[in-house]
Design a protein. Structure first.
Length: 64
C-alpha cells in the first residue's frame, strides 16, 4: 500500500509545472507546496499556516 501511495505522489508531483512549486511562507513552517490555485498565488502549505500568519500579523498591529 505504501508503494502505491509513493508512486501516485511521484506521478502527481512530476505532472505539475516547475513554477507551481514553492515553500510555505509561514515563519514557523518550511513545507513544500504545489500551487493549484487558478490565480497561481498560493503562499501557504495549508489553511492552518495561513491562519497562524494572519493572526500573528493582526496581533502585531494591535496596540498593547
Amino acid at each position: 500500500m505504501t508503494a502505491i501511495i509513493v508512486v501516485s505522489l511521484l506521478e502527481h508531483v512530476s505532472a505539475a509545472p516547475r513554477e507551481r512549486f514553492g515553500i510555505c511562507e509561514s515563519t514557523t513552517c518550511a513545507d513544500v507546496l504545489i500551487d493549484h490555485s487558478p490565480t497561481h498565488t498560493k503562499h501557504f502549505c495549508s489553511p492552518r499556516c495561513q491562519t497562524r500568519e494572519r493572526v500573528r500579523a493582526h496581533r502585531s498591529r494591535k496596540p498593547e
